[in-house]
Design a binder for this molecule. Sequence first.
Ligand code: GLU
Length: 338
Amino acid sequence: MLGGMQTSPTRPRLRLLATGGTIAGAQTGGGGRGYTAGALSIEALLAAVPQLAALAQVEVEQVARIGSQDMNETVWRRLAQRAQAAADDPAVTGVVITHGTDTMEETGYFLNLVVKTAKPVVLVGAMRPATAISADGPMNLYNAVAVAVAPESAGRGVLVVANDEIHFAREVAKTNTTQVGTFKSPNRGLAGLIHSGRLHYFGPTVRRHTAASAFAPLAAEDLPRVDIVYAHAGMGRELIDAAVRAGARGLVIAGVGDGNLPAAALAACAEAAKAGVAVVRSSRTGGGLVERNIEVDDDAAGFVSAEELNPQKARVLLMLGLTRTREPAALQVLFREY
Ligand code: GLU
């Protein structure tokens, strides 16, 4: 349902899609720690930032009201469809999506691949609930709207705004459990900075996204099951075998170091690949890239390297990629292009 705020022909129109998260979270007790994500309506959030009215005419749409740990393909599809509809509306300048921070990087990267538009699409969240001391949500929301209505934000793909920073959805990762500076873009760095609504971009993103993505707009077919298996010292093959038995069409390995895994697990992955399961090697380190054929013979085993994508983003690309091909070489091309 759409509900309008103030209207004026001179201010850009902004579509705000709300999904829940801490930015809409209310504390549950006096202790300051417990809270329920998504408890507040988007109208309550907007009321906390009356300054938004000077930036844009904000139209709100509540797409979901969940903690982002419950984000899944069903909600992603609805969100992608609503973001696409907003972007396709000639009267809308940009889109802001409020979202929990836990899985914001996955949703952001998914939308970066499936929404066909050059208009700004900006995800925003908060680390402190709306009722906390020094809640970070109001300023984050203000900055996100400023980014989404700025002409220089167009064509940069999906962006994440938090803590006075602008991140590319492809690059950003949540790196801290509770602190407001949780978001980092470890490999390629920030898209830019934003201070009280004033934008400073550093450079464009380099990979295919949004208007140039072959996965946009999102097709109707279901995405295949892709599981992530976390590697560790002493790891066996059991979880890999279990994922294959459970019907995984793809496996992303959160490998140690440069995407490595112990011999028994490696053998299980090679068997899975031979049986037609796509195996992508990523890293649990949180930075750097996984190259092919360093300590693992990817060519012989039929593996794909995730390059710079962390495991959760590699999973997103693999799910979409598997709707097009199961060939390791063709999947590898996707991991170089997106
Ligand atoms: N787990 C919640 C979520 O991701 C809270 C985290 C947050 O929004 O900061 O929605």
